[in-house]
Design a protein around this ligand. Sequence first.
Ligand code: UDP
Ligand code: MG
Length: 321
Amino acid sequence: MSDSSQPIPELSVVVPVFNEARNLRPLAARLASVLAGLGLSFEVILIDDGSGDETLQTLRELNAADPRFSALSFSRNFGKEIAIAAGLDAARGRAVVVMDADLQHPPEVIPQFVEKWREGYQNIYGRRIGRATDPKLRTMFTRLFYRLIDQFGDVALPEGAGDFRLLDRQAVDALLRMRERARFNKGLFAWIGFKTIGVPFVVERRAFGVSSFNFARLVSFALDGLMSFSSIPLKVWTYVGLAISGVALMMAAWFFIKTIIYGVDLPGYASLMVSIAFFSGVQLLSLGVIGEYIARIFAEVKGRPLYLVAERIGAEPLTKG
Ligand code: UDP
Ligand code: MG
């Protein structure tokens, strides 16, 4: 085993950070003591995702105190998924751990990840046991979302898997080749495959501050996930249209026969209005779904960089946008 002064570390830890100033010191302390016990050289790369609090200053101080802690600071908030991508870009280790900054992902689990990695696993995810820390409504929608992805998505997301994980260099390199903007990391992690295993861990409560994912942001994230990994919402309208046309044809035949036998009926204003409203709704909905996909295609074809780095604190200039 080599010591930590070696230029290329064996293990990289990537942490997306958004307004976590108060969590950073406790996180760094716990990480340093856990990683020291591993007998691996390491680097910790913190990605400041456009924080508005003392995060950046704290990152500078952390780096000054221990150069194994480096940081990238985005020019603005690009979102957690993009921050993770930037961290993977910058990571140099033969294995990379991804974890949250708010101490919900206990650093003490990392040795178990490393153990699995040494056994030959390449994609080791933390499997959360119990979502006790999440609000009820959020848990409900999370379940619904996973049901949908499971049914219609083209990746199988392992139960309870999140972003807390260890990736072997080979898996990281596979992820680096995916430069899509609408990033749904959980899906990407599953999509790449490799020798995968889960390690159970208990989610802790967020140490300081509040989650930055409100309901609207979670819904938009869920849509990204569904649309990145399934084209069913796009295709289902063919079948809906076919079914509706079939029913309409049968109705036409029925009205035709009825009119021949019983003569002209009194015009049904209410039923006409209802069916016009209903089918206008169906059409707008299907157009909207197509629009959602087109918006994502538009965002991708513009080919803008995934993120912009405003400042680098101690990190090697290896990153690309
Ligand atoms: N985060 C980020 N950019 C954002 C929002 C969050 O980098 O725009 C980071 C945040 O600092 C934390 C992790 O992503 O390290 C998870 O965020 P949070 O705890 O708010 O989400 P939750 O745990 O509720 O899913
Ligand atoms: Mg959290």
